[in-house]
Write a protein of this length. Structure first.
Length: 91
């Protein structure tokens, strides 16, 4: 079956990471890391991934964890909102 091949998951992860370069917001980064995590699990043995629902669960959990980590490391910083008091046309 196609979902049991590690290189398909790795390819999907690389494609998602490339898409992240063009789309801001760390949306695809989590999905890319999740797909690569499943690829690594399948490549080193794959005994944990016994069915498609298990693979998708691992993908979802790894993606969510990666998204939260990236959001914490490089997400919004408090106090960086710039409030403009004057306008360039006020002179």
């Amino acid at each position: 079956m196609m979902w049991q091949e590690w290189w398909i998951w790795a390819g999907a992860g690389i494609v998602l990471l490339i898409i992240e370069v063009f789309a801001p917001g760390f949306v695809f980064l989590g999905f890319g890391v999740g797909a690569i995590a499943v690829a690594v699990i399948l490549a080193i043995g794959g005994g944990l991934v016994t069915s498609l629902p298990v693979a998708l669960l691992i993908f979802a959990v790894c993606s969510l964890v990666a998204w939260f980590v990236m959001r914490k490391l490089a997400g919004e910083r408090k106090g960086q909102v710039k409030i403009w008091d004057t306008d360039i046309n006020d002179n």
